[in-house]
Design a protein around this ligand. Sequence first.
Ligand SMILES: [Zn+2]
Length: 465
Amino acid sequence: MPDPFDLVVRGATVVSPGRQQTADIGIRDGRIAQVGGDVTGLQEVRADGLLALPGGIDAHVHLVYRALAERIRQTEPVWVDDFWTGSLAAIAGGITTVGNMTFPLPGESAREAVAREMAGAAPEAAIDWFLHPVLTDPAAAADGEIAALAADGHPSVKIFLTQPEIAADQPGLLAAAGAARQAGALTLLHCEEADLLERTGQELIARGRGAVANFPDARPVAAEVAAVDQAIDIASATGAPIYIVHLSSAAALHRCRRARAEGLPVHVETRPLYLHLTRERFTEPDAAKYVGAPPLRDETDREALWAGLAAGDVDTVCSDHAPWTLADKLDPALNVITARQGVADLETLMPMLFSEGVVTGRISLDQFVDLTSANAARLFGLYPRKGAIAVGSDADLVLWDPRQRWTVDGARMQSRAGYSVYDGWQVQGRPRFVIGRGQVLLADGELTANPGQGQWLRRGHAQAA
Ligand SMILES: [Zn+2]
């Protein structure tokens, strides 16, 4: 009689690439130890009728640990979820790993910022996490810092092409991307052309059209396409893999598809906003609550992104969870340039994609897993520890009820934002149980997580998704 497992998941339909099978899963020491066959456990979860999926990996979030939020809030509003409430939102939505953007404070290097955030996040996080250092001076970081970050287990850097002085320094960007390539790191790029944004925004304000309702006009598709072209030039000139965050338009996707067809290492992320909403929303009285950059686009863009998910032109769907209270979003002092960007989406990312994608037949269940877990694991150096239900992988599982119908109500969700841009949407599919490294974090819909039980993930080299 073999020793019982620590935990057994019994009766779920296990989803792995190209196949779905009803099998029991044995978990020991936080890892998957057996899939199928006879298993007995000290603890069991009954999962009949549920899908067993790899825990979601949301590689793009903005969580602010408590002490930092308190410090920033002395002078200005800030994103309202820390690593604890962010973890709860993630778990409730089926996500067991997040990648957070780490911004240096004034005068701080990227390495110092990472060290500070590691200390701040550790006692709060209930799910596993990793960090993307944001580079405020890419040219300088090329000289050793990017390599040091990768050696420390942070093989990714984020660069904002919305920063005029950064976007204007193409040699510095080439040096940074080249250094990242050397170090086995991925370069994440926010693609909107800085000069065009500035000019368009100022023109709108000068013509009396500076209200936030005009936000989509202030950040045109042309700005995204120009920056995506710059990003592709960087990949082409250096051979460095790039990852375009929150791609929003058909035209930009077309550029990426063409670059990929030419063999360039261009990876594409989109976010739920662009799959579910269009700029029509900006005609609503509370238009400002839909602000994210790039802005909401047209229906043709929305359709192109769905087609891109189905065709494999998009690698990941990540939330860009950047939650504000509704009052902070709707602050009447804001304009097209100063509007607060970002929405809460950690809890809704997977259910909405399942409901609007898998239930409708736009994408397959395998594609859902690729887009929400496996591809991010590969790109961010975590595969197959994460992103797979396989012997030896971390026991990160979401036991998904594909039939449960529910209505989005941000006031009852975990984010401190207190509302959702999808309030009132009817959704089908939701996590019933969530397991992180063998620990039950959501039990039949009830959160059972504790602060600090998440781990920082030391990452290795990326693999092509
Ligand atoms: Zn972001």
